[in-house]
Design a protein around this ligand. Structure first.
Ligand code: PHE
Length: 474
């Protein structure tokens, strides 16, 4: 085993880094809208149950595999399976998936940086105009923003685990909490804010359908950065003194709290802008919320608080989302970087250059797939529509393969690596684990109902996405 491996300096540093990965665009905008549209408080309860009963055991398993082997997904699945090709393949999917999700996430982060700059220089009126988003994402400016995002990620990752990832998280995460609370404080002073809160919190059980339940689980899975090899890789930088189970609980709690608090920012803002809004009619897409609806809300604030204050609020919001996106991007790009360092004996700098070159090329292609280049915009037809390169990456890796990766982790730790080995690893830094209720729950859930549920989601998604039929009625 590699004793020179980089390590997080403390449990807090590790928790902030993992929470930095988990807290992302999904929490700040995806979650609030999803919750409001799909049953408010009822959705919140289901989501919380999924985080505790399903996501937490998977997170613990990923951390344990990483720490035990001190390797990323390919090395971890490989070492623990005696280099069986099937499991090495599973590890490889665990590297390719984050790489590809990183591509589409980078494109969105690039747009956010552009909006942040435009808000900061007082271009609210332009941002709120109906054509601005379409114009901006097809303008040459996005390539400048892309270079900006690439430079930030490169600088953080080049500094390594402790001086790069951990330090960035220790600065960005507390800043993110403060900005989020400041924005919530402000939004709650707006007229009609309480209607938004009521809508968000009051449970509407009649809205809960099988597809809402499925959506809640997918949201929780993505939000906690599961199935992306990220937590496994971060686990490989974890000291043997750290208690994995309690760290995982902290990460899940932080992520879920930020998602919940983000709802207290987004929904009052939407309701104060339009008291008659029917949230069920809000767009499902986080993209249209961030780049179309919210700029209109910021502009409308001008009449009550003036141009400068409205621009400051908009800037603060985009900065908040940008910080959240950066810590997530860093974590996802670290996975292929660690792969090249561990498995291909590259230095960190060489690994970053390679990932940057290939990832950069794919990111440009993805950014061109919104109309700039027809080939990437209209690539293939499936599931009843013409799909762009961006859509394909999203459907294939985010929607389809993510639950599959989670399934492979559960099956692997339960049946290949074996439970007693998992338990031994989880007892390191946690004397009370052996024989605890937590141990029994983790062992039972990972080997029984969690893989069954993830398999059902996987099959259903494939049927729905690619064959336009729903097998289980959701
Ligand atoms: N948890 C992130 C979010 O909610 C998802 C993510 C993590 C995406 C890491 C990319 C990289 O937005």
């Amino acid at each position: 085993m590699n004793d020179n491996r980089e390590q997080f300096s403390s449990k807090l540093g590790f928790i902030l880094a993992a929470a930095g990965s988990a807290v992302g665009i999904g929490n700040l905008v995806g979650f609030p809208v999803n919750a409001a549209k799909n049953g408010g408080g009822a959705f919140l309860v289901i989501y919380a149950i999924f985080v505790i009963l399903i996501c937490l055991p998977v997170m613990v398993a990923e951390f344990a595999m990483g720490r035990h082997t001190k390797k990323g997904p390919v090395g971890a699945f490989g070492t623990l399976s005696g280099q069986q090709p099937f499991w090495r393949g599973a590890g490889l999917i665990g590297v390719i998936t984050p790489f590809m999700i990183g591509v589409f996430y980078t494109v969105i982060s690039v747009w956010i940086l552009g909006y942040l700059i435009m808000a900061a220089v007082g271009e609210l009126e332009y941002l709120a105009s109906p054509d601005s988003f379409g114009q901006y994402i097809n303008s040459p400016y996005i390539f400048a923003a892309m270079l900006g995002v690439a430079a930030i990620i490169y600088l953080i990752l080049k500094l390594g685990v402790q001086d790069g990832i951990e330090k960035a998280s220790k600065i960005l995460m507390p800043a993110l909490f403060v900005m989020l609370l400041a924005l919530v404080g402000f939004v709650l002073t707006l007229d009609n804010a309480s209607a938004g809160i009521s809508f968000y919190i009051i449970p509407q059980f009649d809205k809960i359908t099988a597809s809402v339940v499925n959506g809640a689980l997918s949201q929780a899975f993505f939000s906690l950065s599961l199935g992306m090899g990220i937590l496994l890789t971060y686990g490989s930088y974890l000291s043997r003194k750290t208690n994995i189970v309690s760290s995982a609980k902290m990460v899940a709690l932080t992520d879920t709290s930020v998602a919940f608090i983000a709802g207290l920012m987004i929904l009052p803002a939407i309701f104060s802008f339009n008291p008659d809004v029917n949230p069920s009619e809000l767009s499902d897409s986080s993209v249209s919320l961030i780049f179309v609806l919210l700029p209109k809300i910021f502009l409308a604030l001008q009449t009550s608080i003036g141009f400068f204050a409205a621009s400051a609020i908009a800037t603060l919001f985009f900065l908040l989302v940008f910080f959240a996106a950066i810590t997530s991007l860093v974590s996802i790009i670290e996975v292929p970087v660690a792969y090249l360092i561990d498995e291909k004996n590259k230095t960190r700098k060489q690994a970053l250059t390679r990932v940057g070159a290939i990832g950069g090329g794919l990111t440009v292609a993805c950014a061109l797939s919104f109309g700039m280049v027809a080939f990437f915009t209209e690539m293939v037809t499936y599931g009843g529509g013409m799909k762009s390169f961006f859509d394909i990456i999203y459907d294939l890796f985010y929607d389809t393969i993510l639950p599959l990766n989670g399934l492979l982790v559960c099956l692997f730790v339960s049946y290949r690596w074996k439970r007693h080995e998992l338990n031994k690893e989880l007892s390191v830094g946690n004397d009370e684990f052996e024989g605890s209720l937590m141990q029994k729950y983790i062992n039972f859930s990972l080997s029984t109902f969690i893989p069954v549920i993830l398999l059902a989601i996987f099959i259903n998604t494939v049927a729905q996405k690619y064959f336009s039929s729903s097998l289980f009625g959701f």
